[in-house]
Design a protein around this ligand. Structure first.
Ligand code: GAR
Length: 211
């Protein structure tokens, strides 16, 4: 089984979905949770992870220089020997040091089409622009902000979603299934790792989501 280091900064609902998929879902037998790490020692998601039986670790990023901080995080994570680093609401830009330490093995979930929206507040963006649909994106992390090759995308129907809360509720339901499904497909060799060029020419078609 591939070892996952799951990184979060807050609530951790994607982490919960991944842990459940490992414990008795699409990732059972394929993956195990090596560690759940946070840059915020008081992130609610850390306590939730511990409650689910996961090893946890944290190191406060407050007031730290990015490169120095990331070098320490790499050391901590290496201790758990992860095959993949899975960002799940990890609200930090990663330094080149970090990216190179786990090159090609860092995944992120973004609550929008990364070709249309990068960075924070993607659900607010979709809500304020009254988009009829948004797309959840799982991508490999490179040195840009939400620029890495796309592994999977899935649409979220936003018609009739008249509050931000409703937009988020619908989006998160898709996030939780798409992330675990995409990891499962990656580990079963069903996903070819796209180069940035092929990803730009032909974005992957959405796959049906197995709950
Ligand atoms: C999720 O919606 C995730 O896609 C988003 O933060 C939320 C974390 O929720 N990530 C980003 O916006 C990254 N730019 P969670 O802690 O409940 O998983």
């Amino acid at each position: 089984a591939k070892r996952l280091a799951i990184l979060l900064s807050g609530r951790g609902s994607n982490m919960v979905a991944l842990v459940q998929a490992v414990q008795n879902g699409v990732l059972q037998g394929l993956a195990e949770v090596a560690v759940v790490f946070s840059n915020k020692p008081d992130a609610p998601g850390l306590e939730t992870a511990a409650g689910l039986g996961c090893p946890t670790a944290s190191l406060s990023s407050q007031g730290r220089k990015r490169a120095e901080y990331d070098a320490e995080v790499v050391e901590i994570l290496n201790h758990y020997q992860p095959d993949y680093v899975v960002l799940a609401g990890y609200m930090r830009i990663l330094s080149p040091t970090f990216i190179r330490a786990f090159a090609g093995r860092i995944l992120n979930i973004h609550p929008a089409d990364t070709h249309q929206h990068q960075g924070l507040h993607a659900y607010e963006w979709a809500f304020e622009n009254q988009l009829p649909e948004t797309k959840i994106t799982v991508h490999l992390v490179d040195e840009g902000l939400d620029t890495g090759p796309i592994l999977a995308q899935h649409p979220v129907d936003l018609r009739g979603a008249d509050t931000l809360g409703e937009v988020e509720r619908r989006g998160l339901a898709v996030e939780h299934r798409l992330y675990a499904n995409t990891l499962a497909r990656l580990m079963q060799g069903e996903l070819s790792i796209p180069t940035s060029e092929t990803a730009a020419v032909s974005p992957p078609t959405p796959e049906p989501l197995v709950p």
